[in-house]
Design a protein around this ligand. Structure first.
Ligand SMILES: *Cc1c(COP(=O)(O)O)cnc(C)c1O
Length: 370
């Protein structure tokens, strides 16, 4: 039996009629950028998150970059980011011209540890940019409290957390603004790159609407040094077809996660995901941790089970940031987790026999059964 880590075909098959209709609407309209589909998706997505405004953009990285640009955060400024996470979050800060300041994670949730924030804040600090990693929100009450005390903006990286909640409030509505990604593998994915900013701040949303379109308010009248970062009509139409199914798809992920958690409880040297009482994760990934990670990955591959490491190299040790001068041991938790995490298959279209196959294979590995 094969269990791929990711397969986009079943979602397209389930929604074939809706996606075909979306495609034909756009073809028939003769309008492909900044039109009615985008406007409709923006208001539907804003409503689903519970915020006043959503601005569709080209991808998640630029969504975060555009928020920082709109806030005037740039050269000379510092933005606190997670040391353990995806490099796109750091790149958004770097491309805005500011400096990413890494903050080590909470050891149980892997999300940015609010208790470590105070020590990182300097007169240059302008914002905190937590990731809701693997589909579970960071401890936003604690992060917002620190930010409020220090007058910092909070920008959520909500690329992996569509529909996740923190104390009942949706991801995307937990800070001053959020950057969302609709990369095809995300819980809500387009059929190409896509992204959005969500916020309750009308003026900020308005500025980002201009910044995504060359900084122009009126065509050829450019107010700001903008980007070209737009969510196409076609992708907006596809996302409108998928959005009504997000909650059901997240519920299917949650059932698989519950099964894994029950089956793997008590296995020595296997650290399972931890869910605090206030969190409602959407299981973008199901990440386990073990000192025998590479052997487990090889064993699962031999049983036809695809896995991935999110992420093998912490951003501070990547070649891309070599010039910044970070070195090994600067962020020991991020480095340790990079060597131990493994993502097991999870998704709304995994069959229960496939989940069963993963459970058996993992248990066999730790029982020493080849
Ligand atoms: C996917 C992802 C991004 C980047 O989104 P893109 O749309 O691919 O630019 C940023 N941060 C996190 C945590 C992600 O998972």
């Amino acid at each position: 039996m094969k269990v791929p880590i990711l397969d986009l075909k079943p979602a397209c098959a389930e929604l074939r009629a809706e996606l075909d209709a979306a495609y034909h609407r756009v073809m028939d309209s003769g309008w492909v950028l900044l039109g009615k589909e985008l406007e409709a998706f923006e208001s539907e997505y804003a409503r689903s998150v519970g915020v006043g405004h959503c601005v569709g953009v080209a991808n998640g990285l630029e969504a975060m970059q555009l928020v920082l640009m709109a806030l005037g955060i740039g050269p000379g400024d510092e933005v606190i980011v997670p040391s353990h996470g995806y490099i796109a979050t750091w790149l958004a800060v770097t491309h805005a011209g500011a400096r990413p300041i890494p903050c080590e994670p909470d050891e149980r949730t892997y999300n940015l540890d609010p208790a470590r924030l105070a020590a990182l804040i300097t007169p240059r600090t302008k914002a905190i940019l937590p990731i809701h990693l693997y589909g579970q929100t960071a401890d936003m009450n604690a992060i917002n409290a620190v930010a409020k005390q220090s007058g910092l903006f909070v920008l959520e990286d909500a690329a992996q957390s569509h529909g996740a909640r923190c104390q009942g409030r949706a991801s995307g509505a937990l800070g001053g603004a959020a950057g969302i990604s609709f990369y095809p593998s995300k819980n809500l994915g387009a059929l190409a790159d896509g992204g959005a900013v969500t916020t309750d701040d009308a003026a900020l949303a308005e500025k980002i609407r201009h910044l995504r379109n060359y900084g122009s308010k009126v065509r050829y009248h450019n107010e700001y040094l903008g980007l070209n970062s737009r969510l196409s009509e076609l992708q907006a139409a596809f996302l409108r077809a998928k959005l009504p199914h997000l909650a059901a798809w997240n519920a299917r992920r949650t059932r698989i996660a519950a099964r894994y958690l029950a089956e793997f409880r008590g296995i020595g040297d296997l650290t399972l995901p931890f869910v605090p009482a206030w969190a409602e994760p959407v299981w973008h990934l199901f990440v386990v941790r073990t000192s025998r990670r590479d052997a487990l990955q090889t064993h699962l591959a031999s049983r036809g089970i695809g896995t991935q490491v999110h992420y093998p190299i912490p951003p501070h040790l990547s070649n891309a940031y070599r010039a910044a001068g970070w070195k090994r041991s600067d962020f020991p938790l991020a480095e340790k987790f990079a060597g131990e995490v493994l993502s097991l298959p999870i998704g709304p279209h995994l069959a229960s026999e496939q989940v069963e196959h993963v459970c058996l294979a993992v248990k066999d590995f730790f029982a020493g059964v080849g």
